[in-house]
Design a protein around this ligand. Sequence first.
Ligand code: SF4
Length: 379
Amino acid sequence: MNLAEAPAAKSLYFHFPFCETKCHYCDFYSLGREKTKSGDPDRFETAMIREITLRGEAGRLSAPIETIFFGGGTPSMTPPDSMKRITDALFRYASLAPEYEWTMEANPSSIDVEKFRAFRSLGINRVSMGVQSLKGEHLLKLGRVHDETQAIQALDAVFSAGFQNVSTDLLCGVPGQSTADLKAHIERLTSFPIQHLSIYLLTLPPHHSMYPELPNENEQLAHLLLIDQEMRARGFEHYEISNFARPGRRARHNLVYWTGGSYLSFGPSAHSYSKDARVRFKNVSSLHKYATMLIEEGHLPVEWSETLSDSQMELEKWMLAIRLSEGFPASWLASDASRAKARILTEQGLLEPHPEYSDRIRATARGFAVSDALVRELS
Ligand code: SF4
């Protein structure tokens, strides 16, 4: 099957590329205010509406939408009236499935209760708040624009606006961060009725000025194991390498990515995937090019696309299976050699038999910390 014949997408991602300032560790495509020219937000809105229209007219938005993710960048910086024009364009072609999940990423510096209410009235029913740290010196080091007080006020605001499905993001492995800091952050965040927490290990390229200050592997492992222990003790399941959820509150949109499902994405730098066509494609990573291709040239802003080979599919299968707490079926270990490797990894405490499904094997918390190595060994 080629892409033109692929079924309409049920999961959509929208990339909003603007941020207050560029954080020191960020490698997402985003423009801080210092790089944003007057007129950019208007051109972005016009271009995104054009992209939605082209996809809608091609029939790619005709299935009921099960998950939507507004990411970035900082979507919560978008004025609600602009967001409404974008969502109005979407719903000229699309409709929501009855039990949909619609997430918006928010940063504490760009949001208040009125704005949250306005976003909620559009149909957004889940917020993912980029807290990252609750310690001023670490936020400063990371180049975040908010402080601890603003993070707490933003959490108060999101719950006051009526959101019940709220996730927060933290970073671990930050230079100077201790396990006591992390424990204190987890205690503070879980004093709110959050349903989900993502905790990412700070990774930087070797040429980055902060790279020499990163904690060593043992310290990073101590952070990851402490987080696993603290979150599970508070009733969250560690269902993905970096993600923890209250029962029934896993991030459904991200699970589409992690289970190899199809998604269609909009905005500069956004990636899409069609499972049926085995095709992955990416939009251009430049707001200027994105807007020019859509507005002046009138065509989709795709930079490249590729059809996955059998060996790429096999590697993806392992990468996805290792990252989730369901793990993989024991039958995937088809040879004596792979079974012997799995036995050694189990003795090393990196794999374990799944406690609920007798025919499955999964990574332990320690195994999650070295998931790339597990994939290399097993795939
Ligand atoms: S807020 Fe997020 S997307 Fe924006 S610069 Fe910081 S890390 Fe990057």
